[in-house]
Design a binder for this molecule. Sequence first.
Ligand SMILES: [Mn+2]
Length: 297
Amino acid sequence: MQDVEEEPSVRTVLAPYDSGHRGLRMGAGPDHLMNNGLHEMLGPAARPYLSFVQVLTEVDPPAEVATAFELDRLVAVQVREALAEGEFPLVLSGNCNTAVGTISGLGTGDLGVVWFDAHADFNTPETTSTGFTDGMGLAVAVGHCWSKMARAVPGFAPVAERNVVLAGVRAVETSEEERLAASEISVVGADRIGPEGSSTFEAALDGLKSRVGRVYVHLDLDVLDPEKAGKANQFAPEGGLSAEDLESALGVVRERFAVAAAGIASYDPAFDADGCVLAVALACARMLTDPADTESV
Ligand SMILES: [Mn+2]
């Protein structure tokens, strides 16, 4: 039992799957982060208490979609429990669609979402050409598809489109572009974020601040520029944010909101032999879980 006087501790929840496969590709990211500095970064020195939980599924027969939503259910339970115990939930996942579990655990009524990603993750089963459920995570979160599966996640309710800021995108399919344009989601391109010229991003967050006080911050590491900051996964397109851009953007978020939970996703260590992306991920994890930011929650 924690002393209530202590700073909020961090509950790191690992969902080490990609497309239903444990440890495959980006599914190797959570363990790699844990085993290469995350523990020290969040550290016993910096925190009175840390906990780490790995969620594993036993969907039988194995099926990608079923596994994705089972992970959401398990993560939602962990996030809800973390909040109840005064802990800050940090979710490390292979796929971005695990964010649906985190958001469900937080409760969506008064929640904003700031989603950093090179991709929009806004396909539906009717628009996808790859069949990759990870390309649908944001669409699920706002209630556009897989609605029956999503409703089975404890606490799930669609996030209001206008409470979502999609940041750093630069690889959007035509069908996603059309659906985004028809939605109330604020889309801020990668060229609108950074130490200079962040006014579009700041304006989007100011708008969000008039509606919500707390946000879930989602960080798909492929928002980073593969040339400037390192390649997070095989899907990382050209362009994107430098490490400095990303850290300054997180600062802009933290200035305005209580961060209720954070998710770091889509990190395939096989593309990061020199550890550049790892270093950025650790720095971001530290920023997002900084007690200075969470103590008011
Ligand atoms: Mn993504």
